[in-house]
Design a protein around this ligand. Structure first.
Ligand code: ZN
Length: 276
């Protein structure tokens, strides 16, 4: 049974989804499931060269699916690749952003110097290709080193005209405020529905209305009531519903606002313009 607030007429935008390690055996079924749940817009994120290539291939088959190409900080050692090689994606249909890139000191603190070097090179790629960046930042508990490092690099990036989203943002209120001052977009995902995630809800209450994006980070982090299951863009309405309740917004307002923010961020022209 679908909850009464669900509607297939939503036009939600999942701004951060992955295809998973095995790719997507049935693209049409994957997309239909999202569309039927009211999530026709999807941005597929690469995490290394190969997954970026698969995201590009998938996006080329659906009008409202876009992709980002990048090297995730946890893939730097496993799947090393120069930023320059990713310039090959520049001409691909529906190439919308550089990502997922960033810093992860939670799992890999030893590679900090390498992570900084790679992050910097992908931020300059984003400037060269004139695309926004999708940024992952994760600290060891009790440390702010990753956010401090990211702040330094992203300050330079923003000063040169770069735009970025902090996806699945889980920093402090002070982090939110300093990145907000750089014009950051913030990605709100399934964690906002988790019982114990009061810190995430405190952040979600403060995201600037005009720079707030919704995301699943599928196949990870499925929202309540699907925790433990493989996540899918089709679960995004539950995250949207949680955010709406938290902010005191209607579902209509939540959908319209976050989808138009996403289209502005990824610079997707209105659909009727494309026909001209
Ligand atoms: Zn991700």
């Amino acid at each position: 049974m679908m909850p009464e607030w669900m509607s297939q007429d939503f036009e939600l935008f999942d701004t951060h989804a992955h295809l998973g390690d095995d790719g997507c055996p049935d693209e049409a079924a994957f997309y239909r499931r999202a569309e039927e749940a009211g999530v026709p817009w999807i941005l597929l994120c690469g995490s290394d060269f190969e997954s970026s290539r698969r995201a590009a291939e998938f996006a080329s088959h659906f009008d409202r699916v876009f992709f980002a190409a990048g090297l995730h900080p946890l893939d730097i050692v496993k799947h090393p690749c120069e930023a320059e090689k990713f310039e090959a994606f520049a001409g691909a249909p529906r190439f919308a952003a550089v990502g997922e890139i960033g810093l992860d000191y939670y799992y890999e603190r030893d590679t900090r110097e390498k992570q900084l070097e790679v992050f910097r090179s992908f931020l300059s790629l984003a400037l060269r290709l004139d695309r926004p960046a999708i940024v992952h930042t994760r600290d060891v508990d009790g440390s702010t080193l990753a956010y401090d490092d990211a702040y330094r690099l992203l300050s330079d990036f923003a000063r040169e005209g770069g735009q970025f989203v902090l996806h699945s943002f889980a920093g402090s209120i002070a982090d939110l405020e300093r990145f907000d001052a750089l014009g950051a977009f913030f990605g709100c995902g399934g964690m906002v529905t988790f019982k114990k995630a009061d810190n995430i809800r405190a952040l979600a209450l403060r995201y600037p209305e005009d720079r707030l994006l919704l995301e699943t980070d599928s196949p990870y982090l499925a929202p309540v009531p699907f925790r433990g299951q493989e996540n899918h863009p089709g679960f995004l309405p539950w995250t949207a519903h949680s955010l709406a309740a938290l902010r005191g917004w209607s579902m209509e307002k939540t959908v319209t606002l976050t989808t138009s923010n996403a289209k502005r961020f990824f610079r997707i022209p209105p659909e009727d313009e494309k026909l001209q």
